[in-house]
Design a binder for this molecule. Structure first.
Ligand code: ZN
Length: 309
């Protein structure tokens, strides 16, 4: 008999059909150019990084935006600008917008602002935790409100779990009907205050998943690469990028986000995990095909004013 945990872990991977979805989190809330001069910070730089990551093999880019001083902001006009710049270059990468807001630096309402832009994916931080010296609050009422807005705007929540209790929170929201399939989880391991970045933790969290869920892992600092490789071997998906790690190897800064993606593509090739294109990832994650989404957007636009209706 196949248990729900086993089928969740497989999620199509057991027969080799699940292509590897590579996400790249290019910027995050906290890294600075002083730490790595290649960090993309302006909308133009973030869009350029997204294009290069797509070229290297990423299906998804996870976006944060910064203000003129380089501080984290949830300003929807900046998010919209990044997506416009990416689309203007004909790039098909899936844009995932953060609703994290810098873990305690912004209000709940500000954090939800990007959802109204109807990104294909947005992050959904599925519980509270200490985050370094800060506290990252994600109360159940906030999560219900965020889930409701994502559903109304047709946004796929990327259910970020920083420790095993967050997977249980997700299961409760699913039971309540606040979260509905398809389920896409991101395990964020190695945050100070969350679960450590170990294979044992990852296996435990994967075993807690609801049936049919797909999952990805990201890990902080030097744990990024080994946990990504573990996830590939387990049939999961992977995230890399400067949000979580600025180094290529010990003592050597990564020259770009794209080079972190390119390394994962080479490893995936050796492991016989074909890499998903953005459109293949859309099909796997239940996102609307691009042509259909474009038609729907056009249909919803008031042609007299050009404004969405
Ligand atoms: Zn993020």
């Amino acid at each position: 008999m196949v248990t729900s945990a086993t089928s969740a872990q497989g999620a199509g991977a057991a027969d080799g059909s699940d292509r590897l979805i590579i996400s790249c989190a290019t910027t995050g809330s906290w890294p600075t150019k002083a730490q790595n001069p290649a960090l993309p910070v302006t909308e133009e730089e973030i869009a350029e990084a997204a294009l290069a990551c797509r070229e290297a093999g990423a299906a998804v880019v996870h976006i944060h935006v910064r203000d003129a001083e380089g501080r984290v902001t949830c300003d929807p006009t900046r998010y919209a600008r990044v997506r416009e710049l990416i689309e203007a270059r004909g790039c098909d990468v899936i844009v995932n917008m953060s609703t994290g807001g810098g873990a305690g630096q912004t209000t709940d309402e500000e954090r939800m602002a990007p959802v109204a832009l109807a990104p294909e994916i947005a992050s959904f931080d599925c519980g509270s935790l200490n985050f370094g010296d800060r506290v990252f609050v994600n109360s159940p009422p906030f999560l219900r409100e965020l889930a409701g807005r994502m559903a109304r705007h047709g946004v796929l929540p990327e259910i970020e779990c920083f420790e095993a209790g967050h997977v249980e929170n997700a299961r409760r929201l699913i039971e309540e009907g606040a979260l509905r399939p398809p389920f896409w989880f991101q395990f964020v391991l190695g945050v100070r205050g969350g679960a450590p970045a170990t294979v044992k933790q990852l296996v435990h969290m994967v075993e807690m998943l609801p049936p049919g869920a797909r999952w990805s892992v990201c890990a902080i600092g030097r744990a990024q690469l080994p946990m990504d490789v573990a996830a590939m071997a387990m049939g999961g998906h992977v995230r890399t990028g400067f949000e979580d790690n600025l180094y290529y190897r010990k003592g050597e800064l990564a020259p770009s986000n794209a080079q972190l993606v390119a390394r994962l593509v080479r490893i995936a090739d050796e492991l016989n995990r074909p890499v998903a294109t953005p459109d293949e990832a859309r099909a796997m994650l239940g996102l609307r095909p691009r042509e259909l989404a474009a038609k729907e957007t056009a249909a919803k636009t008031d042609h007299a004013t050009g404004a969405p209706v």
